[in-house]
Design a protein around this ligand. Structure first.
Ligand SMILES: [Zn+2]
Ligand SMILES: [Zn+2]
Length: 197
């Protein structure tokens, strides 16, 4: 009976993601239930997927612009409590404007600009083994809600790499770690210095 009770409990747990997609082999993209009103239209998911590509990544110790910085300072300890150990934080560069929440189901071309609020992405990335986990949060006003969770197991070269390059954050690699040159084919080993990540 205890097994049945366990299954029953699981069935009634809220599902954190309402849709899982595979944009390419090895990349799993899950869309969060909490931001579903902002992603139920394919156009909105396309906008967000494009904005993900425009995210700029920074070390956790880096200074980032003031507002996203404040939000990330709150998200990082919360993510750690939830078991995520972020290696880097990201700030979106593409605007993601949305109608105010009570107008989301209205035709957008009938709404004046005053009824839209300015949005953008912030993100956290973790490397665990060879898997890259990225959580993207849609910020609207000053409120951030997780919108996408990516699990990236795409094949990568099996050569000695810094954690930055192993996490796909080549721009954060300083070329060497523990006196070993990063052998990532991105060419970062030509740089001098010691990576902190
Ligand atoms: Zn690299
Ligand atoms: Zn590297």
């Amino acid at each position: 009976m205890s097994e049945t009770t366990g299954d029953h409990a699981q069935e009634h747990e809220p599902q954190p993601y309402w849709l899982t997609e595979y944009p390419e082999p090895g990349l799993e993209r899950s869309w969060s239930q909490v931001r579903r009103p902002y992603t139920s239209e394919a156009d909105d998911r396309s906008r967000i997927a494009a904005a993900i590509k425009g995210v700029r990544w920074h070390r956790l110790s880096d200074q980032v612009p003031f507002s996203p910085g404040l939000i990330l300072r709150e998200l990082i300890p919360a993510a750690r409590q939830a078991g995520l150990a972020p290696l880097a934080m990201g700030v979106g560069t593409d605007p993601l404007d949305y109608p105010e929440p009570h107008l989301l189901d209205q035709p957008r071309d009938e709404l004046g600009p005053d009824f839209f609020e300015a949005g953008y992405l912030v993100a956290l990335r973790q490397l665990a083994g060879r898997t890259i986990f990225s959580a993207y949060f849609l910020v609207l006003g000053d409120e951030a809600g997780q919108v996408v969770f990516d699990t990236d197991d795409r094949p990568r070269p099996e050569v000695p790499m810094t954690r930055g390059c192993a996490a796909g954050l080549h721009e954060l690699c300083r070329g060497a770690l523990d006196d070993r040159r990063c052998a990532c084919p991105c060419g970062c080993a030509a740089q001098v210095g010691t990576s902190r990540i």
